[in-house]
Design a protein around this ligand. Structure first.
Ligand SMILES: [Zn+2]
Length: 276
């Protein structure tokens, strides 16, 4: 499992999380934990060998204690060092000691011997099915996934590298077409085909509206990025994935995916290219 979302009883996480949620997203709610969604969809939790935490925030780490002890947790560089000691020894940490009682915590090291799309990579299971990528800037240990969906196609599970499609596209490698082609699903009142000027009219960089991103990584106080300049470089580097017709980019928080993609247990990620 790559990320296990939020936890329905988030108030039972360490008090630091409780405070952050009440202050930042007070109406957050989820009906089920991901472990319940898996079981409802017919996947036994005992089949889950590894849970990857793409980052350590409450909206990605779920309730790992609901998974059997043999399920390991995989984290990115710097995690162990940062979150020791854990709650309750350290009251000011979002990570709980009980999460790892009897459970293996595996921190990925990137030595640079394997690169994918310009990012240091690690072959998680040693069989080329799933790679972890070192994509810094957003949070300590932020680590997207790169999953092989067919022998030739891949999905980049971007985690929180950025949060909207407009943060990483369009690019000069893959510009917005002059006319949005027929059949393209569009929001609200728009019907394809339609001129791209409908969308470029609000672009902040009018001279490069079809080839540059709408948004930049926020450098404001209170931004979600620990190192905004590094994060912007990571986002820029994603243009290689965007340019490759065999790679589909899934961002953890991209709301457009909800209407476009098939969802567990009713669909699979593997046929994304075939489905257009
Ligand atoms: Zn997130």
């Amino acid at each position: 499992m790559f990320d296990i979302g939020g936890r329905k009883d988030w108030w039972n996480m360490p008090p630091l999380v409780d405070g952050l949620v009440r202050a930042g997203v007070p109406r957050i709610s989820s009906k089920y934990n991901v472990n319940e969604i898996l079981e409802q969809g017919g996947v036994a939790l005992s089949k889950i060998q590894s849970v990857v935490w793409s980052r350590w925030y409450y909206d990605h780490i779920g309730d790992i204690q609901q998974f059997p002890k043999p399920t390991e947790v995989v984290v990115g560089p710097g995690f162990k060092k940062t979150f020791v000691p854990r709650y309750p020894v350290n009251k000011d940490t979002p990570i709980s000691n009980t999460d790892f009682e009897g459970r293996n915590l595996r921190e990925i090291e990137f030595d640079g011997s394997l690169m994918i799309g310009g990012f240091p990579a690690c072959d998680l299971f040693g069989d080329g099915s799933f790679y972890m990528l070192d994509v810094p800037g957003h949070a300590i240990g932020h680590m997207p996934g790169f999953v092989r969906t067919t022998p030739e196609t891949f999905v980049f599970l971007g985690g929180d590298v950025c949060h909207f499609g407009g943060s990483h596209r369009p690019t000069k490698f893959n510009p917005m077409p002059a006319t949005i082609p027929p059949g393209t699903p569009l929001d609200g009142p728009f019907k394809a085909p339609c001129p791209c000027s409908v969308f470029t009219a609000c672009h902040p960089d009018q001279a490069n509206a079809r080839t540059s991103t709408y948004y930049k990584v926020s450098k404001s106080k209170g931004s979600w990025y620990i190192h905004p300049e590094v994060a912007q470089k990571s986002v820029n580097q994603m243009s290689e994935f965007h340019a490759d017709e065999n790679v589909f980019i899934y961002l953890a928080h991209d709301p457009a995916l909800i209407t476009i993609c098939d969802w567990f247990p009713n669909g699979t990620i593997h046929d994304w290219k075939e489905k257009g």
